[in-house]
Design a protein around this ligand. Structure first.
Ligand code: NAD
Length: 505
């Protein structure tokens, strides 16, 4: 399959390719081979100004927000069709940018992205709000659900295209204009997305993409006085910075941040299903997934059996050439990420934990510079250790035993994060109690990782606030206006005396 490799990919501003006013470029390299995948402009604050001005002009004249509904729906459906038609090419670029296995990109992200878009194309036709009614007795009240205006969106590197879709789908459906910034390591498929949106009929200025560093371009977007909402998917520390910058004009803030998902295995669970669920749940995208299973709490009576079976599955995972269809796990995003992950594992080992699988860099023939790391299980960790408390963002599962249900729930909730959790049991009472007690935005019973376009994804606590996917995300990108129409036509109202004059007899 042919792909444009080692070429320049300009940004996309006001419906056209654009270079940065800086004239500088950033290189994108494959974490598997080290090869140059392409170059993108090193955007600046001035580029953000240009993109915001284009977005504002588009919003002001209503070329998208007031486009006839059938045309807007059709454009979004055409974009979904174009994503499908270009899925092979896009998945290939994504594989080169991220180093992750092609089969994951092609069969997962790109299969799901167009479904997300189609959901939002349909959502525009189903606006929610209170029914119009005479709540005051003498006025008809009604709700208008309107777009917010210029929305700035900052995306991460782990699922570059898919996260961009999660952001633009609801924002476009709601009628906003967008300035989108991809992560510096993985910007190319997002530029292609903007080009496809233009081809689908999204008018110029409605979807702009500015590339560049987070602390330059992202920060300029968050602090921009003419941006009405800033949305980030990224690290919790980045979220805190953005929240501070956003205060200058009281922008709305939408934050999808880090996670540290617990995975609770009870003695009555189907252990084979749990072991398989832990393997998929931990190793998805090399563990570079905010909902990945990271902490397995296993009942002491089945602890050894679960550990032994999961270690066999981890050891059987095929790490190698991302383009080989038999490869399960490609690289992490960079050598720096491998260093970071290995640092967590080494320090846990020094603190007394046991390496039950992996715990090292594999030797992958033909890829001497590849950022590979073996699927790793670290057993007998301490609850307060950094590997249990902090986001590792790599293919690493920490495993701890528990004795009672209360202890398992308390340890699972003992985290600053609150994005996703799962519990494995055949006892419906136990499952329902866990669903109530686990302090996470998404709790699953007997599975991990599943998401669906119709239901929300989003965190509690330092995992952020605001939802992705579903009608809840659509609502985040709208504002509610109350319109009241006086019905009596009387110049003097019965309540006027409270402000001037005497109470009517
Ligand atoms: P990151 O915070 O380093 O970067 C995310 C984006 O923010 C990038 O585009 C980056 O350029 C930009 N950025 C960095 N510093 C900035 C600043 N000072 N001001 C404005 N923008 C800035 O995160 P990452 O390493 O790209 O992604 C991994 C993180 O994202 C993990 O913590 C992961 O859990 C989280 N994540 C969360 C979700 C979710 O839905 N909750 C989904 C995917 C990833």
């Amino acid at each position: 399959m042919a792909v444009k490799v080692a070429t320049d990919y300009p940004m996309f501003i006001d419906g056209a390719a654009a270079t940065s006013v800086s004239g500088a470029w950033l290189e994108v390299h494959s974490p598997a081979t080290g090869d140059l995948v392409g170059r993108v402009p090193a955007g600046t604050e001035a580029d953000v100004d240009r993109a915001v001005a284009a977005a504002r002009a588009a919003f002001r004249d209503g070329r998208w927000s007031r486009m006839g509904l059938p045309d807007r729906v059709a454009a979004m459906n055409r974009l979904a069709d174009l994503c499908d038609a270009h899925a092979d090419e896009l998945a290939l670029i994504e594989t080169h940018q991220t180093g992750t296995a092609y089969k994951l990109r092609r069969e997962s992200d790109f299969a799901f992205a167009s479904d997300n878009l189609r959901f939002y194309a349909g959502q525009i036709r189903h606006l929610e709000g209170k029914a119009a009614y005479e709540y005051s007795g003498s006025h008809t009240s009604m709700i208008r659900r309107e777009p917010i205006g210029v929305v700035a969106q900052v995306a991460p590197w782990n699922y570059p295209f898919w996260m961009a879709i999660w952001k633009i789908g609801p924002a476009l459906a709601a009628g906003n204009s967008i300035v989108l910034k991809p992560a510096s390591a993985t910007p190319i498929t997002t530029i292609r997305l903007a080009e496809l949106a233009a081809e689908a009929g999204v008018p110029a200025g409605v979807l702009n993409v500015v590339t560049g560093r987070g602390d330059v371009v992202g920060a300029a977007m968050a602090g921009h006085m003419d941006v009405d909402l800033i949305s980030l998917t990224g690290d919790s520390e980045t979220g805190k910075r953005i929240q501070t910058l956003a205060a200058n004009n009281v922008k709305r803030v939408h934050l999808e941040l880090g996670g540290k998902a617990p995975f609770i295995v009870h003695a009555d669970a189907d252990l084979e299903a749990a072991a398989r669920g832990a393997t998929a749940g931990t190793l998805i995208n090399g563990g570079q997934d905010c909902t990945a299973a990271t902490r397995a709490y296993v009942h002491r009576s089945v602890y050894d059996a679960f550990l032994a079976r999961t270690a066999v599955l981890f050891d059987g995972v095929r790490v190698g050439d991302p383009m080989d269809p038999s490869t399960d796990l490609g690289t992490l995003i960079s050598q720096a990420q491998v260093e970071r992950v290995d640092g967590f594992v080494r320090r846990a080992e020094q603190a007394g934990a046991t390496i039950a699988a992996g715990g090292c860099r594999p030797d992958v023939p033909g890829f001497p510079n590849g950022a590979f790391y073996r699927p790793t299980i670290v057993a007998d960790c301490a609850q307060d250790s950094e590997i249990v408390q902090n986001e590792v963002f790599g293919p690493v599962l920490a495993v701890l035993p528990f004795d009672t249900d209360e202890e398992a729930l308390a340890m699972a909730n003992d985290t600053k994060y609150g994005l996703a959790a799962s519990i494995w049991t055949r006892d419906v009472f136990r499952a329902m109690e866990a669903a109530r007690s686990l302090n996470f935005g998404h709790v699953q019973v007997n599975d991990h990782l599943m998401v669906t376009s119709e239901m929300p994804h989003g965190g509690f606590k330092q995992s952020g606030f605001g939802k992705d996917m579903s009608s809840y995300s659509f609502d985040e990108y709208t504002q509610v206006k109350h319109v009241m129409i006086e019905l009596t036509g009387e110049p003097e109202k019965p309540w006027h005396y409270t402000i001037f004059g005497d109470k009517p007899e």
